[in-house]
Design a protein around this ligand. Sequence first.
Ligand code: MRU
Length: 356
Amino acid sequence: MNDTDTPGFDYARYDRIRPIRWTGEALELLDQRKLPFVVEYATCRSSDEVAAAIHALTVRGAPAIGIAAAWGVVLAARGIEAGDGEEAAEKLEPAMQHLNAARPTAVNLAWALLRMRVTLKSSGADWRARLIQEAEAIASEDLAANRRMGSLGAALIAPGSGVLTHCNTGSLATAGFGTALGVIRAGVAQDRIGKVYAGETRPWLQGARLTVWELQQDDIAATLIADSAAAHLMKSGAVQWVVVGADRICANGDTANKIGTYQLAIAARHHGVRFMVVAPSSTVDMATPDGHAIEIEERESAEMFGIGGVRTVAEGITAWNPVFDVTPADLIDAIVTEKGVIEHPDPARMRAAFGT
Ligand code: MRU
């Protein structure tokens, strides 16, 4: 057992899904547009293919897109010659900027690319090997962080609780184990969580297509609800915690996450349900003062016009499709990172945990 591991969790038996595989030649991504009925890896052989896969949500979830982008840099390096890391960094900058532009809200993307850039700048002739080591480190550190957060987050939950989660924050969205879903895995293993509810997460259905399927692989029974059933569920007394992930956590604790998270936080406060955000420190962005400064990704209206390729909306309708929202810090009871738990986040507590 590693010191990040959750007591009572059988890692060998559970948590076997891995969305990102590096073969030594190419990057394989478990195609999340096709799950749950088709389990198939898409192969990327260039950084442009990785950028396109991130944009298309073939790979998704803040930590996973950071890891995929790091491997994208390794693939881009195949196409250049450079005597040292400084020269390689200059030549790879266009590819890194292209990867960075694939999705705007999750800070893990820019964070992983910065790590690759810093690695290059401190490398000599060995820069190719150092890039590969750094991409491996980004992935293995993410897995360790998730296991640690599983322990820390589960410890906040009283035995026998019900929890509601949103979007997909599991192995599919990370190097493995998951963030909010990692807390749920650990909480179920320790009998702290008696019942798990997952919201569908319109329009892309990460909850319905991914989360309940992923939990089913681990024999964890989850009950799917329509997003619009959340407040009614809370009123019934069936859930004591809402547990979600994050795409960017600002210096004051404001948190961007999948669209619909904000309304869950408002409903949770109204009903006395506690609200937990679980994310690795790679999701913390101390350079962004508060949620107003976060760019919220808006995607094509077409994502709202049908389900599974079947059109459900009349022709000629206008739709607005922001895919993230910001939950203000004062609606968050706890932010859990691998560095510890921040209760009732505010600028001073964030600074104490993460510096400036
Ligand atoms: O659009 P997605 O599916 O990439 O959005 C994912 C989320 O909002 C997750 O909650 C977040 O990235 C955390 S994943 C561990």
